[in-house]
Design a protein. Structure first.
Length: 410
C-alpha cells in the first residue's frame, strides 16, 4: 500500500481532520461512487484509470484523491498547480521511472489542474500516454476549456455535483460525533445543522468551517448561533468562473421566456453575491434590442434608464431600478427580428466587403462628382406624395432584393 500520512493533528482545521479516508466515510456523489458503481469498484480493486474530477468547491474532489491514496498499492504523488513547477514535476517523473522498474504504478494527483498552462500540460501528456503516470486532476473549471484536448482524451472526466443539503447534514453529524472532530464536545440542534447545510451551498468544507466557528461560541449550537456566525449566506457565484455565465444565462432565458419571478431570483443571486450592477445593466440593454426589439419600442429606454440609475446611485439603491427593468423586459412581447436581420446583414457585409455605394446615393459636393454621375437620379422622398413613386434601390447591385428585417406576418 502507498505510504499513509500521520493522523491529522488536532490543531488542524475541522475540515482537514474530518476528511474521509475510505469510500464508506464519503458522503454524496452516490451515483458515481455508490455501491456497485464502476468507479467504486475501480478504486476498491486498485485499477484506477486517469481521471479529471470536475466539480464545484467542496464537492469532494480532493477527498476522493485522498481516498485513492489510502486504497491504492501504487505510489501516490501530489502536486498543487498553484505552487509547483517544472522541478517538482521532473522529480515525480524520476520516481515514476524507478517505480516502473520494480513493477509499481505511480498515481499523480494535480489539484487545480486548470491553473497549469498549455506547455505544462503538454509536458505531462507523454507520461500519461505511455502509462508511466496515472493522472488524477481536480478542477472547478470546465475541463473542455481548461485542459488540453489531447490530455482530456486520455482521461475519464468525472462530473461531481454540488452536495445536497442532506449529504452536508450527514457530514456535519459525523463531525459532531467522530473523535477526529468535535467528539461530543458540543451539541447542535437539528435546525442549526439544517441551517448550515442550506447556507453552505453544497460546499462541505464551508459547512465544516461554519460548524467549527459555531462550536467556538459555546457548548450548544442553535439556529441563532449559526445566524450570528454566518450573518449573510454564502452565495454560489464565482464572478470569474463558469457559474457567473450560468447564472447570467439563466437570467437572460427567464426574461426571454416571460418568467418575471425566475428572472428576479437570478438577478438577486447576482447582486447579493456582489456582481457589478453595471454588468447586469449592460446585459439588459442588449436584451432590450435582441429579444424585445421592435415588439416594444419602450424596452430599450427602460433598460438604458436602469443603466443610468446604476451609474448615478450605485448599490444597493439601484437594485430596484434593475428589478423594474428585469420585470418589464420579462413581461414585454418578444421579437428577434432585429437580431436575425442584423446578423444576416453583418454576414453579407463580411461576405461582400467591397460592394460600392450606388451612384444615385452618393453625395456630389464637387463638379467632377456630378459629371461622373454621383447623385444622379436620386429621389428625394419628401417631394413625392405617393410612396410608390419614391421607390428606388438602396442596396448594392449584388444585394438587390435582400430582406433583412421581417415583421410578424411577412
Amino acid at each position: 500500500m502507498a505510504q499513509r500520512k500521520n493522523p491529522t493533528p488536532r490543531s488542524a482545521p475541522l475540515a482537514d481532520r474530518m476528511r474521509p479516508r475510505t469510500l464508506g466515510e464519503f458522503f454524496g456523489q452516490e451515483k458515481l461512487f455508490g455501491e456497485g458503481s464502476l468507479l467504486r469498484a475501480a478504486i476498491e480493486e486498485d485499477r484506477v484509470p486517469s481521471l479529471i474530477l470536475w466539480g464545484p468547491p467542496g464537492s469532494g474532489k480532493t477527498t476522493l484523491a485522498t481516498i485513492v491514496a489510502h486504497e491504492t498499492s501504487a505510489e501516490f504523488e501530489q502536486l498543487s498547480a498553484v505552487g509547483s513547477g517544472v522541478k517538482e514535476f521532473r522529480g515525480i517523473v524520476e520516481v515514476a521511472e524507478r517505480n516502473r522498474e520494480t513493477g509499481k504504478k505511480t498515481i499523480l494527483f494535480i489539484d487545480e489542474i486548470h491553473r497549469w498552462n498549455k506547455s505544462q500540460q503538454d509536458a505531462l501528456l507523454p507520461h500519461v500516454e505511455r502509462g508511466l503516470l496515472t493522472l488524477i486532476g481536480a478542477t472547478t473549471e470546465n475541463p473542455s476549456f481548461e485542459v488540453n484536448a489531447a490530455l482530456l482524451s486520455r482521461a475519464r472526466v468525472v462530473v461531481l455535483e454540488k452536495l445536497s443539503p442532506r449529504a452536508v447534514a450527514g457530514i456535519l453529524g459525523q463531525a459532531l460525533a467522530d473523535e477526529r472532530g468535535l467528539a461530543g464536545a458540543v451539541e447542535a440542534d437539528q435546525a442549526a445543522i439544517d441551517f448550515i447545510a442550506e447556507v453552505s451551498a453544497g460546499d462541505a468544507r464551508m459547512a465544516l468551517n461554519t460548524l467549527e466557528a459555531c462550536a467556538a461560541s459555546g457548548k450548544r449550537i442553535t439556529a441563532e448561533t449559526v445566524e450570528a456566525v454566518v450573518r449573510r449566506p454564502h452565495l454560489l457565484y464565482d464572478k470569474g468562473g463558469e457559474e457567473h455565465y450560468n447564472i447570467i444565462s439563466a437570467l437572460h432565458k427567464s426574461m426571454r421566456g416571460g418568467d418575471a419571478d425566475a428572472a428576479l431570483y437570478w438577478l438577486a443571486r447576482m447582486l447579493e453575491a456582489g456582481e457589478d450592477p453595471l454588468f447586469v445593466a449592460r446585459r439588459l440593454v442588449r436584451f432590450a434590442s435582441e429579444d424585445v426589439g421592435l415588439a416594444n419600442s419602450f424596452a430599450l429606454p427602460q433598460a438604458i434608464a436602469a443603466y443610468q440609475a446604476c451609474q448615478y446611485i450605485g448599490m444597493p439603491e439601484c437594485e430596484l431600478a434593475l428589478a423594474q427593468a428585469v420585470t418589464y423586459l420579462a413581461k414585454s412581447k418578444k421579437s428577434n427580428a432585429l437580431y436575425v436581420g442584423y446578423g444576416e446583414a453583418k454576414a453579407d457585409a463580411n461576405r461582400y466587403p467591397g460592394e460600392g455605394v450606388p451612384l444615385h446615393l452618393r453625395n456630389a459636393p464637387t463638379r467632377l462628382m456630378k459629371d461622373v454621375g454621383y447623385g444622379k437620379g436620386y429621389k428625394y422622398t419628401p417631394d413625392f406624395q405617393d410612396p410608390e413613386d419614391a421607390k428606388q434601390d438602396y442596396l448594392p447591385e449584388r444585394l438587390k432584393g435582400r430582406k433583412y428585417v421581417r415583421f410578424e406576418g411577412e
